[in-house]
Design a protein around this ligand. Structure first.
Ligand SMILES: *[C@@H]1O[C@H](CO)[C@@H](O)[C@H](O)[C@H]1NC(C)=O
Length: 232
């Protein structure tokens, strides 16, 4: 089993507190793989965020410890489209206030980040919202075939001007989701060593504490937490 990490960010301006999110399905090259919960997604029981950086729930969310039966198959170089929802498929996806990065990646230094997106003036989550809950993740074109856990994460920053460790009512909200994929093809690149979850994020990691409402900060300078994305 190999582990991939991804990151992307979401957001806008409407302030709302209850709109959390999970991955419902993935699409492979435009083909809907159907409801993934308990089938190929290690689905958490609720759409609540994880906020405790030292909890192993930061890895694959609550309940994300046991494998599920199915791996969905994708060629190296393909596109995995993650489809996020709030309570039911096709709903409001995530509160527009939940701005922050999305990231895709068990124990040990095994999680390798292949992609992340923060803000280019628009947050990655704004892109997710405008695309009706769908978010594309490119599978590296030369990635060696095999079974992987694809960890995709949204970090919502609307309360990230405080640290959870200092104020448990606030802090950055993490929405990790782990998806079992089978990569096919003749790629030759195997994964280098990576980072661990928990471990990759701490209170002092750049981007864990961040004020998205401060107009004096160029939000495009947001440092996406975790390692650089590797080029495979
Ligand atoms: C965070 O998780 C760690 C590890 O499980 C635990 O020891 C600690 O009590 C948790 N902190 C809070 C505030 O729940």
């Amino acid at each position: 089993m190999k582990f991939l990490a991804l990151a992307a960010v979401a957001a806008t301006v409407i302030v709302e507190v209850s709109a959390h999110t999970r991955v419902w399905s993935i699409w492979l090259s435009g083909s809907d793989q159907g409801a993934g919960a308990g089938r190929y997604i290690l689905q958490p029981p609720t759409n609540n965020p994880v906020k405790n950086l030292t909890s192993s729930d930061i890895r694959c969310n609550v309940n994300g410890y046991s494998p599920v039966a199915t791996y969905v198959s994708t060629p190296a170089g393909g596109i995995v489209t993650t489809e996020w929802y709030h309570d039911y498929r096709g709903d409001d996806i995530i509160a527009t206030s939940h701005k922050g990065p999305i990231r895709s990646n068990g124990g040990g230094d095994i999680w390798v980040k292949i992609f992340h997106e923060g803000s280019t003036g628009h947050w990655a989550v704004e892109k997710l919202l405008s695309n009706r809950g769908k978010y594309d993740i490119p599978v590296p074109s030369n990635l060696a075939p095999g079974q992987y856990i694809l960890r995709v994460e949204i970090i919502a920053l609307h309360e990230a001007d405080s640290l959870y460790s200092q104020d448990p009512a606030r802090g950055a909200q993490f929405y990790p989701s782990c998806i079992q994929i089978q990569v096919t093809g003749s790629g030759s690149r195997t994964l280098p060593s990576g980072v661990s979850f928990p471990g990759a994020y701490s209170d002092s990691t750049p981007g864990i504490k961040w004020n998205i409402y401060d107009n004096n900060i160029d939000q495009r300078t947001y440092p996406i937490p975790g390692p650089a994305a590797v080029n495979l």
